[in-house]
Design a protein around this ligand. Structure first.
Ligand code: C2O
Ligand code: CU
Length: 466
């Protein structure tokens, strides 16, 4: 196993050599090479307006690169778990079974505004014990690109591969591109024993930054696209702690959408920082000749000032597009036109300001660690402004369940790009002002999505009364 890992890590640095690698028994010659499709969970209910799926969490070998299989956790035996595809406005019914050997679990539908009883947090629902089942059912309100993952021991379980993709299609029409590619961005560290290194004490403050980058569960991911094709990347950062600072060999990103929907004004950028649990839908153009490879790369983007990255400053390859086949000639993908409400960047009052901080050996919100953080209660169904202030030395990706929000200002400076968010980076020393209509009453978690931080207590509860 040691040699295989050494080879894989070497290949990770020089992935072009991968094509020459001898296939293992029963493996295709180049298992990292795929088309633009990802596996989708079959809809068991033919009725329109309802998507019904079976979903099993289990322990399973995870093939990270040719010849590198590690013990993992997975939905339906796959990392990422097969994508759930549902139209906005439809009902999603999930027959979930926990086949993990010893760990109770839940499924959280990250970003979806579902009833809190279906939100998969152990504070509200009983954990699904090993061998147990639970039936989730809810209406999916908002188009966007989401994901699902456990809300228990998430630092360990998500790192070991327990996460899946969820695409809520827009009835107003989706942007069209010949390659529509959902991508889970991840990282892991493979130990010399051939396992995923489990987060431990040493990761509590920094979060675990992996030394192997993964796209859709593999370090050697290559995707075949036609020369000249437009590629729609629907990206989610599922890593425990790594911020991806992305660039693309072939040109700029056109950013079309964020966590919960489309932008009013798509914009171009050469670099795109994606914090843990954030999503971005971007278009890139695969210009070049057959045989060319275009890399999606990431740069060091430390959680703490001067924080280290086992991969160095970068650029480091996350995945590659392999140009092949007949040239494509197609217009750039265009998202549906949307108008987002324009809210006050300098509201007269805030319902509450959450203060993220770090004390001696604990991570806190409002001076305490979950479950000791005082609950905030606010009336629902009205426009409400909150502050999120980061007094800690490092950055924290803030996630609120059950609602969508807009960032209206950062340190009082108005945000000019309106976007629906459920997760947002809060840089050290910064106060964000966020606004939400709070139209989904219930009990909602909010927490840092560096999973070690959330598990360590940087988590709180918001009650939205009807
Ligand atoms: Cu991605 Cu509280 O979750
Ligand atoms: Cu954090």
């Amino acid at each position: 196993m040691h040699t295989k890992i050494a080879i894989a890590l070497f290949l990770f640095v020089a992935p072009a050599a991968l094509a020459g690698c001898a296939p293992q028994d029963g493996e295709p010659a180049d298992p990292g090479l795929v088309g633009c499709d990802v596996p989708v969970l079959p809809d068991l209910d033919p009725a329109p307006g309802v998507v019904e799926v079976d979903l099993v969490a289990d322990e399973t070998p995870w093939s990270i690169a040719a010849g590198v299989d590690v013990p993992g956790f997975a939905y339906e035996g796959q990392v990422p778990g097969p994508m759930i595809v549902v139209d906005a406005g439809s009902t999603l019914r999930v027959h979930f079974r926990n086949d993990l050997d010893t760990m109770p679990t839940t499924v959280h539908w990250h970003g979806l505004r579902v009833p809190d009883t279906q939100d998969g947090v152990p504070m509200i629902m009983n954990p699904v014990q090993p061998g147990g089942t639970f039936e989730y059912e809810f209406v999916v309100p908002d188009p966007g690109f989401y994901w699902y993952h456990p809300h228990m021991s998430s630092d360990l379980t998500i790192d070991k591969g327990l996460y899946g993709l969820l695409w809520v299609r827009d009835p107003a029409g989706e942007p069209q591109a010949s390659c529509d590619l959902p991508v889970a961005l991840d990282d892991v560290t493979i130990t010399s024993a051939g396992t995923v290194r489990e987060p431990g004490m040493h990761d509590r403050m920094t979060g675990s930054i992996g030394s192997t980058l993964l796209a859709n569960g593999r370090a050697d991911r290559r995707v075949e696209v036609r020369p000249g094709a437009w590629v729609l990347l629907r990206m989610v950062n599922v890593a425990n702690a790594r911020y991806f600072d992305l660039a693309f060999d072939g040109g700029p990103f056109t950013v079309l959408g964020t966590d919960g929907g489309w932008l009013e004004d798509p914009y171009e950028t050469e670099r795109l920082v994606v914090a843990p649990s954030e999503r971005y839908v971007v278009a890139v153009k695969a210009d070049g000749l057959p045989g060319d490879e275009l890399a999606l790369v990431t740069y060091r983007e430390p959680v703490h000032p001067g924080g280290s990255d086992p991969l160095g400053p970068g650029p480091n390859t996350v995945m590659r597009l392999l140009l092949s086949g007949d040239p494509a000639s197609e217009p750039a993908p265009v998202p549906p036109t949307v108008a987002l409400p324009a809210w006050d960047p300098a509201p007269a009052s805030l319902a509450h300001t959450w203060v993220l901080d770090q004390e001696m050996m604990s991570l806190t919100i409002d001076g305490a660690s979950w479950p000791d953080v005082p609950m905030v209660s606010v009336p629902g169904n009205q426009l409400t402004y909150f502050g999120v202030r980061n007094d800690a030395p490092g950055r924290h990706p803030f996630h609120l369940h059950g609602q969508r929000f807009q960032v209206v200002a950062a340190d009082g400076v108005p945000e000019t790009r309106r976007a629906w968010k459920d997760s947002v980076d809060v840089p050290a020393g910064t106060t964000l002002t966020i606004a939400s209509e709070l139209d989904n009453p219930g009990h909602w978690m909010l927490h840092c999505h560096i999973n070690e931080h959330g598990e360590d207590g940087m988590m709180a509860e918001l009650e939205v009364t009807p």
